[in-house]
Ligand binder design. Structure first.
Ligand code: ADP
Length: 476
């Protein structure tokens, strides 16, 4: 790839390094190797933790204004290299180039936001109840942070962890998903150019996710783990990090409902459905998984949605006008097919799509009258499939929406202000889109309830995740 940011090395202690072994990264659109990266070991990980600890001793004492200025410089550099970053992203994860450009922008919005918000890590002065003492608090970075990130947003899932960590005075060891390490390494190159000191941000590439995850979670020097990925791996990391009582942030799986009430604006609901479902071929944790549509509007909504879905152009994300790329790998493709076949076998009707195309591509699909015991009703599909379920009453819709162990994002459409307030308050999820199919942005708190996670990213809450409150009592 003729791209200055495409580097086939890990980045540790300010240097681009190779390892004894390496592994291939596959472009899911062509299923050919894009290049290789070092397959670093648990012992490399242990050394990196020491590097990050040493760097922390200095970084935490760099004035906050300077730390924020470094992150701001990184923001400017990402802006300047958006095209290169987007190309790498599309080639390693498959999303259309236009979407990759949007992700680079979104990813970078966390750099901009936290370069400002970092300056507002205020402490307090607390009135003392008795004479003789003065009570204050200050906020300090938690220390060495381990970040483990998934492949579906190869840049944004990283920036919303490292931007607040860096301004808070923490140092970071990032283990990117083995499917998409090149975006992370490209970010390291830009961090290097931005003058972020050596050891402050490290990118450790490895195929041994389990071994590296366990080392990071159990190493006492690491003070915090921030993870985005599946609930299963998240709960393993929580259990492992309990042994050293770490701070944790967990952004885990979702199973987002999308409710369309009879009183909704049909066109807006259809547009919201397309936006909420087909981004990254449905491979996002906030992607709609279950469409609940009220009886009076059901037929019309199904018809309009099917028409729009049939217009979507599937193909290699590097080609012009492509809207839906491939799935990340064979296992992902098989899961989507399994969910569709299971729903049809249990009685759902196929309105459009339903089959895999060549390679890792799957037809954008609409299933109607899906039974509630179908797999797709309870498990995250992570693919370009809309499953429609009819419902009668508001109470029923809320019950169905909440009937899941997950609670990340939820969406609903209605033009009745009182219903909007009631439903938004009763839905069990960390984020609710009311007449909105996309909700995430840097200034708002992103995160889940129930088994969708712990903690928030973005916004001032996202900064708190990397800060400890220290109480200082002055005697006289
Ligand atoms: P996804 O379905 O998005 O791949 P995973 O939870 O499997 O979700 O992966 C998210 C991230 O967690 C990736 O970086 C992956 O390499 C890493 N990972 C996978 N298994 C483990 C594990 N046992 N411990 C730590 N990290 C892991």
């Amino acid at each position: 790839m003729n791209n200055d940011l495409f580097i086939q090395k890990a980045y540790i202690n300010g240097k681009f390094v190779t390892g004894k072994n390496s592994f291939d990264v596959i472009n899911p659109a062509t299923q050919r190797s894009l290049g290789t990266v070092p397959d670093l070991s648990v012992s490399d990980c242990k050394k990196t933790v020491l590097v990050a600890e040493k760097a922390w001793m200095a970084w935490r004492n760099v004035p906050i204004g300077e730390r924020c200025a470094s992150v701001r410089r990184l923001f400017e550099l990402i802006n300047r290299h958006a095209g290169d970053l987007a190309e790498i992203m599309t080639k390693e994860c498959g999303k259309p180039l236009s979407e990759s450009l949007v992700e680079v922008d979104y990813a970078n919005s966390f750099m901009e936001w936290f370069a400002e918000e970092g300056k507002r890590a205020y402490g307090e002065t607390i009135p003392a109840l008795k004479a003789g003492t003065r009570l204050t608090t200050i906020k300090q970075g938690v220390g060495v942070v381990a970040a483990i990130t998934p492949w579906n947003f190869p840049l944004a899932m990283i920036t919303r962890k490292i931007a607040p960590a860096l301004v808070a005075g923490c140092t970071v060891i990032l283990k990117p998903a083995s499917q998409t390490p090149f975006s992370a390494i490209a970010l390291a190159k830009l961090a290097d150019m931005a003058g972020i000191p050596k050891g402050v941000f490290n990118v450790l590439t490895s195929k041994d996710s389990k071994g590296i995850g366990k080392e990071l979670a159990t190493n006492p020097i690491v003070r915090k783990i921030s993870f985005t990925g599946s609930t299963q791996v998240g709960s393993t990391l929580m259990a492992q990090s309990a042994t050293t009582v770490k701070r944790i942030s967990m952004e885990l799986g979702g199973n987002a409902p999308f409710i369309v009430f009879d009183d909704a604006d049909l066109e807006k609901a259809v547009q919201g459905a397309i936006a909420g479902k087909f981004r990254n071929a449905g491979q996002t944790c906030v992607a709609v998984n279950r469409f609940y549509v009220q009886e009076g509007i059901y037929k019309e909504f199904a018809k309009r949605l099917t028409q729009e879905v049939q217009k979507l152009k599937v193909g290699d994300g590097m080609k012009k006008n492509v809207q839906v790329g491939p799935l990340i790998n064979k296992a992902g493709l098989e899961k989507v097919q399994e969910h569709v076949d299971d729903a049809v076998q249990k009685g759902a009707a196929l309105a459009t799509g339903g089959k895999s195309l060549h390679g890792l591509f799957f037809q954008p699909t609409v299933l109607t009258h899906v039974p509630h015991h179908a797999l797709i009703a309870t498990e995250e599909t992570f693919g370009p499939v809309c499953a429609l379920f009819p419902f009668k009453t508001e109470e029923e819709a809320i019950r169905l929406a909440n009937d899941t162990p997950f609670g990340l994002a939820a969406y609903f459409y209605s033009n009745n202000i009182f219903r909007c307030q009631r439903v938004a308050e009763q839905i069990e999820s960390g984020m609710v889109g009311v007449n909105a199919g996309m909700v995430s942005n840097a200034s708002a708190p992103f995160g889940g309830v129930k088994q969708s996670g712990i903690g928030r990213e973005g916004s001032t809450y996202g900064l708190e995740e990397y800060l400890e409150v220290k109480y200082i009592c002055y005697g006289e």
